[in-house]
Design a protein around this ligand. Structure first.
Ligand SMILES: Nc1ncnc2c1ncn2[C@@H]1O[C@H](COP(=O)(O)OP(=O)(O)OP(=O)(O)O)[C@@H](O)[C@H]1O
Length: 254
């Protein structure tokens, strides 16, 4: 599924959060969105998910304006995992993940075994099946994060939008979630602070003060010059002795 942002602008109380952002996310690619704190990554993801209306411009899904689609129709195609998503304390893990099936349910389409299968698979994908009966408020930050990702996976989206999905996760679960996301046969946009994780994505977009200042393959975009201009850090790119892939090393500016 193709997702297109056309000249997107977002303003609030006279302040510009996004300025003329245009990009096309190609079907099936894993697209990393990077940028300093406050550069507009979460705002852009919310616009792409249809949760917030742009002040200017338009988001299209396979050419159709998102603004013309019903919320339920959007939820059948697009899932967003937000940074600070909350869930009712009274829910158990399984029920929290089952919420991902809501867009598919109706009086004429009640819960079926197929929904259970999707929930089980999503719990397995994030390694949370053994927590299925635990109450939400008993979970650690990283466990909650994994449940939110499972809920999005249970939604079987064709476009998955993830806002810093690895920020609470231990290294094993960071790697497994990222590798899962890359394997999924869906279009993924993922906001990341770890630029080496962004290096493993198909393409990268760099936001700086609400503007898209670079877009392309990671090696072409995450150059020492760009990292200095946007993040004000000195960076060196070195080769991984195992597989030759580029790794970024950072130093604070003198
Ligand atoms: N409702 C709001 N009212 C005022 N300012 C807002 C509002 N929502 C977002 N902002 C501002 O918009 C800017 C962009 O925020 P956004 O959350 O999109 O950045 P981000 O790149 O995701 O940041 P981070 O890396 O810190 O998560 C920030 O300066 C933020 O303070």
């Amino acid at each position: 599924m193709k997702l297109t942002a056309e000249h997107l602008g977002a303003r609030i109380h006279g302040r510009t959060l996004l300025d003329n952002v245009s990009l096309t996310i190609r079907p099936g690619e894993t697209f990393a969105l990077v940028g300093p704190n406050g550069s507009g990554k979460s705002t852009l993801l919310r616009l792409l998910a249809g949760l917030r209306r742009p002040t200017r411009g338009c988001v299209r899904v396979d050419g159709r304006p998102l603004a013309h689609l019903k919320r339920r129709t959007i939820a059948r195609s697009i899932a967003l995992v937000e940074q600070q998503a909350e869930t009712s304390d009274r829910l158990c893990v399984r029920d929290a993940v089952a919420l991902g099936r809501t867009p598919f349910l109706s009086p004429l389409r009640p819960w079926t075994d197929e929904d259970d299968t999707h929930v089980d698979r999503a719990l397995d994908d994030v390694d949370m099946r053994s927590f299925a009966d635990r109450l939400w408020h008993t979970l650690s930050g990283g466990e909650r994060q994994r449940v939110h990702i499972a809920r999005a996976l249970a939604q079987q989206p064709r476009i998955l939008l993830l806002d810093e999905p690895t920020n609470h996760l231990d290294i094993q679960h960071q790697l497994s979630i990222l590798s899962l996301v890359r394997r999924l046969p869906v279009t993924v946009v993922i906001a990341l602070h770890d630029l080496n994780q962004a290096m493993a994505c198909d393409r990268v977009g760099v936001l700086d003060a609400g503007r898209l200042v670079a877009l392309g393959p990671p090696e072409d975009v995450l150059t020492p010059e760009r990292l200095w201009q946007t993040f004000r850090v000195q960076a060196d790119s070195i080769g991984d002795p195992q597989d030759g892939r580029r790794i970024l090393r950072f130093r604070q500016a003198p």
